[in-house]
Design a protein around this ligand. Structure first.
Ligand SMILES: [Zn+2]
Length: 126
C-alpha cells in the first residue's frame, strides 16, 4: 500500500524522498565505545551518545554522521547497517561512513540511507 506524502500532489512515500546534494565538512571525530563489544557488529551506547552530542553542542558542532569499520568486508552497508539506520536515523538525515579494512589500503565511503535505500555520496579528503 502506498502512503500519500500529504503534500497534495499524491504519490507514494518514495516520491517524498529527496537527497539534497550539499557539501558538508567534517570538523571533528568523536571516538565512541562499541557497546556491543563485538568485532562483527557495533552498537552505540545511548548515554555515551548523549554525552557526545552535549560535547559537540558545547563546541558549536552538530553530529552529522556515524562512522564504523568493516574489518573483513567491503565498504558498503550491510543489511544490519540498513536496519540499524532505519531505527537510529528514521528520516535519513545522517551520513553513514564505512571504512573497509579488507584490503591492504583502507577504503572509505559514505552513504545516506533512507527507507531502506542506499545512496552513496562523494567523499573528498582534504
Ligand atoms: Zn557495517
Amino acid at each position: 500500500m502506498a502512503q500519500n506524502s500529504g503534500d497534495g500532489k499524491g504519490g507514494g512515500i518514495d516520491s517524498a524522498i529527496h537527497i539534497v546534494d550539499e557539501a558538508v565538512r567534517v570538523e571533528k571525530f568523536f571516538p565512541m565505545t562499541n557497546a556491543a563489544a563485538s568485532e562483527k557488529i557495533y552498537r552505540l551506547d545511548g548515554l555515551e551518545m548523549l554525552q557526545v552530542e552535549d560535547q559537540a553542542e558545547t563546541e558549536g558542532l552538530s553530529i552529522i554522521g556515524v562512522m564504523h569499520s568493516h574489518t573483513h568486508t567491503t565498504a558498503y552497508p550491510s543489511p544490519t547497517d540498513v536496519a540499524d539506520a532505519a531505527r537510529f536515523d528514521p528520516f535519513g538525515t545522517m551520513h553513514f561512513i564505512i571504512v573497509s579494512l579488507k584490503h591492504p589500503e583502507p577504503q572509505l565511503r559514505s552513504y545516506r540511507i533512507r527507507s531502506g535505500k542506499i545512496f552513496e555520496e562523494e567523499v573528498r579528503l582534504c
